[in-house]
Design a protein around this ligand. Structure first.
Ligand code: ZN
Length: 483
C-alpha cells in the first residue's frame, strides 16, 4: 500500500516497523458534546484504512483515545451545572453509539485520559529532567520549544513563532519563556473548585491541577503501542498544534525512540462551501442527521471524496447517497434475505471488481475511485435471475464490504419485507386478472358468436347492438367478409 505522509509531504510505500504487528493510533473525541460530521469523517476514514490494513497483516492494534479531561468539558459542566464524570461517561457512550451507526468497528483499545494521569506526570518529570520543560511559580509546567530545535517541522512552521501560537487551546501566560511554549500541566482555577463528580483535579509535584491536552496522546500511545507507532492519524486541524506538540513531547523525552513513522491526516468537511460553525447554523451533528438518514448514507457520502481533499457536505448529498444505496442493494440482494449469498464466497474473493477496489485503496486510500468502480459494476449486473447475476451480486457485496458498505442487515430485511409485499400484491393482481379474464373470455365468446349468427341471419340491428355493447369494453370487432 502507498499512503501520504504529512511528515514528508509525499506519498510513500507503507512498510510497518514490525511486519507481524501494525500499530495505529488515532486521536479520538473530546467528550463534551455529540460528534459532528467533521468528526465522523475522521472516524470513517481511519476505520476504512484500518480495515484495509487488517486484511493485509496478521495482526494490527488500533488505539483511539477518549479525551475526558479538557477545558471544553469543564466549561460545559460549569455552564450546565453538571457532574463532570457523568457528562463525560454519557458522551463517551453516545460517541460509541454514533460510531456504530456509521458502521465503524471498535478499536482494540479506547483509553481514557483520566485513567492515565500517572503516566502523564511521569512524562512531565522526564521532560523537566531532560531540560525540555519548566515549572512556573503559579503552578504551570510548560514545554520549552526553544529546547527542541525540530519544533515546527511536522507542520512546516519552523522559525515562525507567531504562527506557532495558533490553535484554540494555546494560552497567553506571562511566565512563558517563549510565546510558543505550551502547557503540560495547569493549576486548578478557583471557579473549578465548585465542580462535582471527580476527574477534574489531581495531585502532582507541581500542585493540584490537570494535564494539558497534548500530553495525553504522547503518554497513552507509548503505554499501549510502545515506542514505534506505524500510523498516527487525525483530522487536518490536529497537525498544529496538537501533533506538533506530541512530536516535541515524545521525541524530547525519548530521543532514541522513533515514535511515529507515518502521519496521516484527513481533510476538512465544509458545509455548503463554508467552514462549519455553530454560529453559521451549518453545523451538522451526526445524531441529528441519523434521525433522517442512515449511517450508511453518511458513510458513503464521506467516502465519496478523497480523504485528503476538503469535502463539501449537504443534506442533498445524503439524499442522493440513500438513492444510490437503494440501487446497490437492489443489485446485491435481488431476493432480499431469501437467498443470502455469503460475501466471503470463494468465487468472489479473487474477482476483478474486488481487485480493482483493493488496488484503489492501496493507492493512498482512493475511496472515490473504488466507489466509482463499484457503481459501474453494479450497473452491469442484469436484473434477470440466473447463475451469472447471482455470482455478480456476491462479487458486488464482496467489493462493497471492503468499504464497510452493503452489510446493513436491517436494510436487507426492509428490502425483503418490500419484496414479499410486492410479490404477494402481484399474486393478488394476477389472480383477479385471471378471474376477470376467464369470465370475460367466455362472455366475449358468447357475444361474438351471437353477433356472428345475427349477421348471418341478416339481423343487422342486433349485430350493431352487440358491437356497441362490446365497444363499451374497448373491444373492437373487425368483420371478415362473409362468404
Ligand atoms: Zn491526540
Amino acid at each position: 500500500m502507498r499512503i501520504f505522509n504529512t511528515a514528508s509531504a509525499s506519498v510513500e510505500d507503507f512498510k510497518p516497523f514490525d511486519e507481524n504487528c501494525v500499530r495505529i493510533y488515532v486521536c479520538g473525541p473530546t467528550v463534551y458534546d455529540r460528534i459532528h460530521i467533521g468528526n465522523a469523517r475522521s472516524i470513517i476514514v481511519f476505520d476504512t484504512l484500518v480495515a484495509h490494513l487488517r486484511r493485509k497483516y496478521k495482526k494490527l492494534i488500533y488505539v483511539r483515545n477518549i479525551t475526558d479531561v479538557d477545558d471544553k468539558i469543564i466549561a460545559r459542566a460549569l455552564k450546565e451545572n453538571a457532574k463532570v464524570e457523568k457528562l463525560t461517561s454519557e458522551m463517551t457512550e453516545l460517541f460509541q453509539q454514533d460510531a456504530k451507526e456509521l458502521l465503524c468497528s471498535q478499536p482494540e483499545l479506547e483509553p481514557k485520559a483520566t485513567e492515565h494521569i500517572a503516566e502523564m506526570i511521569e512524562l512531565i518529570k522526564t521532560l523537566i529532567k531532560n531540560k525540555n520543560a519548566y515549572a512556573t511559580d503559579d503552578g504551570h509546567v510548560l514545554f520549552d520549544i526553544k529546547s527542541f530545535p525540530q519544533y515546527g517541522r511536522l507542520a512546516k512552521r519552523s522559525g515562525k513563532l507567531e504562527q506557532q501560537l495558533e490553535g484554540d487551546r494555546a494560552i497567553a501566560l506571562e511566565c512563558k519563556r517563549a510565546e510558543g511554549d505550551f502547557v503540560l500541566w495547569k493549576p486548578q482555577k478557583c471557579e473549578e473548585a465548585t465542580l462535582e463528580g471527580g476527574n477534574v483535579v489531581w495531585d502532582s509535584p507541581w500542585g493540584c491541577g490537570r494535564p494539558g491536552w497534548h500530553l495525553e496522546c504522547s503518554a497513552m500511545s507509548r503505554l499501549h503501542l510502545g515506542p514505534q507507532i506505524d500510523i498516527h492519524g487525525g483530522g487536518q486541524d490536529l497537525i498544529f498544534p496538537h501533533h506538533e506538540n506530541e512530536v516535541a513531547q515524545s521525541k524530547a523525552a525519548y530521543p532514541q525512540e522513533p515514535f511515529v513513522k507515518y502521519w496521516v491526516h484527513n481533510g476538512y468537511v465544509l458545509a455548503n462551501g463554508e467552514k462549519m460553525a455553530k454560529s453559521r447554523g451549518n453545523f451538522h451533528r451526526v445524531c441529528d442527521l441519523l434521525k433522517e438518514f442512515s449511517g450508511e448514507a453518511i458513510r458513503l457520502t464521506l467516502l465519496r471524496a478523497h480523504y485528503r481533499q476538503p469535502l463539501n457536505f449537504s443534506c442533498e448529498r445524503l439524499l442522493e447517497a440513500e438513492k444510490n444505496l437503494d440501487r446497490l442493494y437492489e443489485k446485491a440482494y435481488p431476493d432480499g434475505c431469501a437467498n443470502p449469498a455469503t460475501t466471503n464466497a470463494a468465487d468472489t474473493k479473487q474477482s476483478r471488481i474486488v481487485k480493482i477496489v483493493e488496488e484503489a485503496l492501496d493507492n493512498d486510500l482512493n475511496t472515490p475511485l473504488a466507489l466509482a468502480a463499484i457503481f459501474s459494476f453494479a450497473d452491469t449486473i442484469s436484473y434477470k435471475k440466473n447463475e451469472q447475476s447471482a455470482k455478480e451480486a456476491r462479487m458486488l457485496k464482496s467489493a462493497a464490504a471492503l468499504l464497510g458498505l452493503l452489510k446493513d442487515q436491517s436494510r436487507v430485511e426492509r428490502r425483503t419485507a418490500d419484496i414479499i409485499k410486492f410479490s404477494s400484491a402481484k399474486v393478488e393482481v394476477e389472480r383477479s386478472e385471471q378471474k376477470k379474464q376467464s369470465i370475460d373470455e367466455k362472455w366475449l365468446q358468447q357475444k361474438v358468436i351471437a353477433r356472428e349468427n345475427a349477421r348471418k341471419c341478416g339481423n343487422f340491428e342486433l349485430a350493431d347492438q352487440i358491437r356497441s355493447e362490446l365497444e363499451k369494453f374497448n373491444i373492437k370487432i373487425e368483420d371478415a367478409k362473409i362468404n
